[in-house]
Design a protein around this ligand. Sequence first.
Ligand code: PHE
Length: 449
Amino acid sequence: MAEKRRDSFKSNLGVILALVGSAIGLGNLWRFPYLVGTNGGAAFIIIYLLCILFLCMPIMVCEFVIGRRSQANTFGAFKKLAPGTGWKYTGTLAVITCVILLSFYVVVGGWTIDYFIKSLRMVFTPETDFATEFNNMVSSTSENVFYTLLFLVCTAGVIVAGVKNGIERTNKYLMSALAALIVFIVIYAMTLPGAKQGLNFLFHPDFSKVTFRTVLSALGQGFLSLSIGCGAIITYASYANRKDNLLKTTTITTLSDTMFALLAGMAILPAVFSAGMDPSEGAGLAFISLPYIFANMSFGKVLSIIFYFILFAAALSSSISLMETVVAFLKEEYKKSRFGSMLIMLGITTVFAVFCALSFGVLSGFKILGFTFFDLFDYVSSNICLATCALLVCLFAGWRIKKEHFYDEITSGGKYKIPKWLLGTLRVFVRYIAPVIVAIIIVNSLIGL
Ligand code: PHE
């Protein structure tokens, strides 16, 4: 009975858009272009694509298999597929990862609203000192905390509207808007004087910059960008229908995410070069260099509004998937209502997020292992938790789920006949190759603590 009343997406397109929404996020918009630029351009892209193809996609398929087969939240999924074992704690780890990730993600999400509103009000002028503007904003308790909480409330609003009416509908609008706007910005960027240099920076392969670290960052970026290792895919897959083919959904999600990352690079880097600036990572690029560039270029005011809307939409669709993973867990495991689960999640995240927001201001001197709250949450979730969960997911799907069930889940749905060799190869990757490589990443990240 309970299963009949379980939430689900209306259509396969709904599943795909939700997964793409989760995948496309702040990771694509600023982290990817910078990583490409500092790690040998196209050389990094090639390594990234190999990592995605041979490691991230197989792990994504595993999460899919676990989610759809169990039709349960990320904790319930392991409990259902391996009753009476400790595997369920993989689900616990996934839920904790989501809380940590969401707590710092909403802070940056808040900045996107702040800058979107400032762009609308046209407060930026060529005379603005953007570094000071940004530092004042993040260190101001009231402004930073207010926008962090506003972003959190937007996320909660979508969650409480439900899977079909909230998540599916919001992702449909946000993803359509994102696709149209990013293409528009890329076309405009190609007309800028720095376009050639920007494309060179992005696509020129320089293998001399490739080291072991490059491979590690490519893999880490793959996990973060495809939302692997935090139960978000398991949760969304549990709302999917057996008529949908897993391999098709995985391929479309991965392709869209990668395309978007490349388009983001093609949109941002020409503008950076035409202004004669250096591309810098993260906050510096999106909230200091780019606003300066927008303030000094023709149509900059409109582009700035569009750009911060894109950042906001990408961040929102990702944070929705993080919150939904925990809400589904609370709802199903503790038999709470959707609204009640959302309130609990909102309460917990608010506390952590406020700590993260304040770590740029009044709590900037408070450090754990040399990290501020924000940096610690970022490092632990992106570099350790995602990979650890991904490792456990691989071991579970490879060694615990029966071969026939694994194959059955992958081949069901769609009109395609999946060749046997592909299934066999996939299983070898999941059982042997992926776990070893992911374990190496985890050890490396722990050393970095
Ligand atoms: N994929 C998101 C990004 O690229 C981040 C994310 C990770 C979202 C895990 C949900 C789950 O920014």
